[in-house]
Design a protein around this ligand. Structure first.
Ligand code: ZN
Length: 349
């Protein structure tokens, strides 16, 4: 592994026996951007090193053996991240989400007992194992299948405890997960239709964040009809200004304006409460989701969202539909037709 120094980014002090001057004293702990070759590929990562204040510049830096291991792991995790693979941290999180030790997760997946320990400390998993880690992390139902398949690796008590932890996650997340899969399946047919998707792959996390953003800024309460229009305006304005859409949603010409394909399913993943009026009609009031964090947006995205919300903040859903009815995207498309992004450049805000 070759490294090259680039920049020093952060520091703290640690008491240790210094290998440079031989005394026990406080040394500075620092990070620098470095690169390494992993599996024949150049990756960038943060390299940990220490600085002795008693030695001269140029001869005052050192990396102890345990920090060397940490750096190796950081480089390998950089490689994993770059390839969309499970990092060692993600494996730890996965284990903890089910309350498993390293050996137990290996046993649950039917792998050799030391496999997970190796993946967390030094080895990069192969493609098959990576795929399985993704699946059992995203889908608790799959995790349960693996546990049941390898039941023989656990005593009855421990099996029951792990099954209960997985069951808890199923109740909490599986409906949401399946709704996402359903949406992804519905959008498969638009995979190569950049004219309809705005050249953006459906990003459900982004859409939930957009809904949360709008819900926070519309003080009078945000309901479904208005949200659907806000999403279209955000996508259209973003497309006009940056040449691609934000969300990857496909919109259809409907009586009340632009409506995303899969809007029922969308309401299954967007945080909301259901209110009923006198006629027992359901109204969906959008709420900011618990784990919403504005930092998930780029500056360009925030500028567009802010522009859209400043314009429409005080509009009712009905008033927004009236404005939408005058847009070329609406006037120039037939009832039920998909709205092409070529019309986004005429958007009036
Ligand atoms: Zn020293």
């Amino acid at each position: 592994m070759k490294t090259e120094k680039k920049e020093i980014s952060t520091n703290e002090q640690v008491m240790m026996e210094c290998p440079l001057c031989g005394k026990t004293h406080r040394v500075e702990k620092k990070l620098q951007l470095a690169h390494a070759i992993v599996k024949g590929e150049k990756v960038h990562y943060h390299e940990l090193f220490f600085v002795c204040g008693n030695c001269e510049d140029g001869e005052n830096e050192f990396i102890p053996a345990d920090a060397m291991d940490e750096n190796l792991l950081a480089a390998r995790n950089a490689y994993r991240s770059a390839h969309g693979m499970f990092t060692s941290y993600m494996i730890v999180d996965l284990r903890k989400s089910y309350g498993l030790t390293q050996r137990e997760l290996s046993n649950m997946l039917g792998w050799g007992g030391a496999t997970i320990s190796r993946y967390e400390s030094k080895m990069i998993q192969d493609e098959t194992h990576d795929e399985i880690l993704h699946v059992v992390s995203e889908d608790a139902l799959e995790a349960m299948k693996y546990l049941e398949k390898n039941k023989g690796n656990f005593d009855e008590k421990r099996f029951g405890e792990i099954a209960a932890a997985i069951q808890e996650k199923i109740s909490r997340t599986s409906l949401n997960y399946m709704t996402q899969k359903l949406l992804e399946a519905r959008y498969m047919e638009f995979k190569s239709r950049d004219d309809l998707t705005g050249g953006t792959k459906l990003d459900i996390g982004k859409i939930c964040s957009m809904a949360s953003y709008f819900a926070q800024k519309c003080h009078g309460g945000l309901f479904k009809v208005k949200l659907m229009k806000l999403l279209w305006y955000a996508d259209a304005v973003f497309y006009r200004e940056h040449g691609h859409a934000m969300s990857g949603l496909v919109y259809q010409h409907k009586p009340l304006g632009a409506l995303p394909v899969g809007h029922y399913e969308l309401m299954g993943v967007i945080s909301h409460e259901e209110l009923y009026d006198n006629f027992e009609e359901t109204a969906y009031k959008i709420l900011p989701s618990e784990n919403y964090d504005e930092s998930c947006f780029t500056e360009d995205e925030l500028n567009v969202l802010n522009k859209v919300v400043s314009h429409f903040k005080s509009y009712t859903g009905k008033e927004m539909a009236d404005v939408m009815h005058k847009e070329d995207a609406y006037v120039l498309t037939a009832d039920q037709a998909y709205i092409p992004y070529s019309l986004a450049k005429h958007v009036t805000i």
